[in-house]
Design a protein around this ligand. Structure first.
Ligand code: NAI
Length: 350
């Protein structure tokens, strides 16, 4: 099933409202989930709809959240999201950070008590579209072993940064700090295929290739990725006052309770450093020079981060719209809100 941007966003928005979300939060959430699907980040698009609806319906997301902003200095603030939907909390936090960075040059805004906020590149892109440089980090539920360990302690803890250029290009980097997402292991399980030995470990902390034996994911680049996932958790969890490390709530454990997650946005005005115009021109030069590098054997081109997503968006629309799995389309059109598929599930359950 292929849908236009407007059709998909409207379907998602209506469904989220049917589950109980109010219109403004449903508007923000459906916009960001559409943004994810249209650029090929299907892991953070329609595939999550039923889970979110179950959580909204069962009370695990505050439907009328009271946001509390506390400005703790000229460049720092904390936003308590009252366990509202993460997409809206992260968006409000970024809007606040953008205004603060425009005024004071730098803004560090922590968000506490929120639910899952999806693909976090959306928020850094918001800042770059306003000629600012941004980084964002957020925690997720413990699924990865610290380097050399046997038990999960950290989540897939993503990192994103975005920067403007002097033209229409926008550099947008956005990644999990684990080699693979849990969804990829489930996919391999369902196909009865093996997984590469560098994706995950079993109960003894050693690599496994049988997806049924996976006990935890592994950090990217061994001890180096482990350091990065720890950094994400320190900035977005330890520092914001919410549960951290292995104490972070599991996505599926209890859909009737708020998740108490944390996120951190850091926004900087390039005008306070080398100057805005100079920064943007230098960023354009970076992109040009990267594109001019001769590709290695087997590669068609050397891309800057975010460039392939632009191509994917263009191709999806040329091919008739955003691809939505038929079953999910039927679900979004139906009167059903959820089928009790997620509540109280173990994070490693399928
Ligand atoms: P990925 O592996 O698809 O891409 C990572 C980065 O590498 C992207 O910025 C992409 O632009 C860049 N990239 C990929 N191929 C490239 C190439 N050939 N040349 C230049 N750059 C290239 O991303 P991953 O790790 O699978 O993450 C997917 C999404 O999941 C992200 O949006 C992330 O925010 C989200 N996520 C959200 C979590 C949450 O709890 N909210 C947890 C974990 C991930």
């Amino acid at each position: 099933m292929k849908l236009s941007r407007n059709e998909l966003k409207k379907l998602m928005k209506n469904k989220l409202m049917q589950a109980g979300l109010h219109e403004e939060d449903a508007e923000i959430t459906s916009e960001i989930m559409t943004w994810s699907d249209e650029r090929g980040l299907h892991s953070h698009g329609t595939v999550r709809m039923e889970y979110y609806c179950e959580r909204i319906f069962k009370g695990g997301i505050t439907l009328e959240p009271v946001y509390t902003y506390k400005e703790t200095g000229p460049c720092s603030a904390i936003l308590d999201g009252d366990n509202g939907i993460g997409y809206a909390v992260a968006t409000k936090g970024m809007e606040y950070a953008i205004e603060m960075a425009k005024k004071n040059g730098v803004a560090i805004v922590g968000m506490a008590n929120m639910s899952h906020s999806g693909a976090i590149g959306y928020y850094t892109e918001m800042a770059a579209k306003q000629d600012l440089l941004a980084i964002s980090f957020c925690q997720s539920d413990p699924m990865a072993v610290p380097y050399g360990g046997t038990e999960p302690y950290y989540g897939t803890n993503p990192i994103s940064f975005a920067a403007p250029t002097a033209d229409e290009r926008l550099v947008l980097f956005d990644m999990a700090t684990t080699v693979q997402a849990w969804g990829k292991i489930l996919d391999k399980r369902s196909r009865h295929e093996t997984i590469p030995a560098d994706w995950a470990v079993g109960k003894d902390g050693l690599p496994v290739t049988d997806p049924d034996l996976v006990n935890a994911l592994v950090p990217i680049a061994g001890a180096k990725g482990y350091g990065l996932m720890m950094m994400v958790d320190i900035f977005s969890g330890v520092l914001t006052g919410v549960p951290f490390g292995k104490h972070v709530s599991s996505m599926y454990y209890d859909c009737s309770k708020g998740r108490e997650l944390g996120q951190m946005h850091i926004v900087m005005d390039p005008a306070r450093f080398c100057g805005l115009e100079q920064f943007k021109e230098r960023m354009s030069q970076v992109c040009d020079e990267i594109n001019a590098i001769k590709p290695a054997h087997g590669f068609d081109k050397v891309y800057w981060p975010g460039e392939r997503a632009v191509e994917r968006i263009r191709k999806q629309y040329e091919m008739g719209g955003i691809e939505v799995v038929d079953e999910i389309y039927e679900y979004m059109k139906s009167d059903d809100i959820h089928f009790d598929r997620y509540d109280h599930k173990n994070r490693f359950a399928d």
